[in-house]
Design a protein around this ligand. Sequence first.
Ligand code: C2E
Ligand code: MG
Ligand code: MG
Length: 543
Amino acid sequence: MFVELVDVVGALDRDELAASFQPIVELRTGRLTGFEVLARWRHPELGLVLPENFIFLAETNGLIGSLTKQMLHNAFQTATALPDPLTLAVNLSPIQLRHSTLPRQIQETAEEFGFPLTRLTLEITESALLHNLDSAKIVARELKNLGCSLALDDFGTGYSSLRHLQALPFDVLKIDRSFVSAISSARESRKIVAAMVGLARSLNLTAVAEGIEMERQAQMLIRLDCEQGQGWLYGRPAAAEDLPAIVAAFPREPLNVPNVSNEVVTVSSLEARPMQRLAQLQAIYDGVPVGLCFLDKQLRYVSLNRRLADMNGASVESHLGHTIQEKYPKWFPLFEPYLLRALQGEAISGVEILRPGAMPGDPDRTILVSYQPAWDEAEEVIGISLSVLDITEQIRLGEIARENASDIVETGRAVPWSMDRNGLNLHLDARWRNVPESERKGLHKLAWLDALHPDDLRAATMAIKVALRTGAPIDMEYRVRDADQQWRWMRSRGSARIGTDGEITRWFGSVVDIHERKQLEEVLLKSKPPSASAFDAATPAPL
Ligand code: C2E
Ligand code: MG
Ligand code: MG
């Protein structure tokens, strides 16, 4: 659609510009917080013309000031019908931050309608670079002094976002809808949005997601802790006369988002696993005959499955948020040394513990505990996954010789690896396979695959190919020939490091020797056929 400049001038003169109002909501509660005011041009012949067709013309021809004035006028006029504390967000063009008269104009217009500026947010899109940051800073500061809030609009689309964020006193960060639209399907978008929300939080800004069209996008945003949002799901931009009905239709029914802390989902698996699988995972998590939990760095229970809660003789909920020491002071010293080692990054599997009964008179239990540290992208340990297997009965029935069970105590540390974005240039720590340097030739190419058991080769190659193509984390198990020519089971896990351009820069991960655990599983599977499949599901299968 081509609109002549003369039309824009005419539109301003003839009062054809109208304000359209889009609801902004608090995502978690479904409560209305206010409206964004969007310009519409009711063209006598063309009908409703969208801003993309005239804002640019207004900006480049010195008309944007008049346009903004008209929008503020329309907005404040309408706002008399809006209950306090609903807010209005009006868009400014970045070039307007050069105009030192802007704060006074806004103040005068607001006073005319008696609209308190503490309920006004001014959105500044960051797609255009602010040429003169110094004068922008002065204008922004004055606007803040008047009580207005400032929002950085379309965050993530411009090339100087961080510079603007640092330089100007923003209160709100609006995540561009291009990231939101892919949030429930593309892992990268999810990671970017998670990072943006984290950034907003750390700078004390309110994160607002734009362009929410589907429930599952809203659910994911809630999980990522994004506070507010707008989009067709909550309401399209509407005419001023429709506002009372829209206001009356809120609050919306809050979306059903399962409690994150009750699930297997941890920081890293949240982004790794598609939403649709969460319910399924929860069922598996609860159903497996192994106690599972995730502890954060302070050793607080972040998640826990029903099995472990039952083993501990308490409800799932009563654990969450408490440290293991608070909850089980009597048992804590038995776990503490291993927990501390795991916090240092060591994976420890199959530690046998003779655990006294929870209550006086309860029998002692023999449990096997594995500790798996979880790392974030920066390779910092963020918590520990624990798996707990009660082998009291097996030992009583003589299915596992006591000496074997205690043999399962493993000392092997996680062996770190890294590789480039193409899966080449592999760096694998010398401890892999425990073989001398002379036998480790070729590890830096793809020759490490030669050391794999032929039956595991295809799955391992596929796992890597899929990961390289999709960026999904690597999690695979395979057998490898050790120095004594014996096959040993290994589990390799890793994730991609993403550069500032959103591309994968390198992969980092670690390999853990899980041979004893695998052997134990085999013993248990043979002895317990009915729960075999569920147990299997607890162990991440090779991709
Ligand atoms: P914006 O400030 O980022 O506004 C959000 C845009 O996303 C609006 O487009 C809105 O209609 C659209 N939108 C909202 N929810 C959804 C959704 O769920 N899906 C999709 N696909 N789109 C959604 P609109 O009204 O066409 O405005 C476009 C841009 O024009 C605005 O982007 C803003 O930068 C600019 N603009 C609008 N009004 C004004 C104004 O009065 N002054 C200035 N300077 N710029 C304005
Ligand atoms: Mg905006
Ligand atoms: Mg925007």
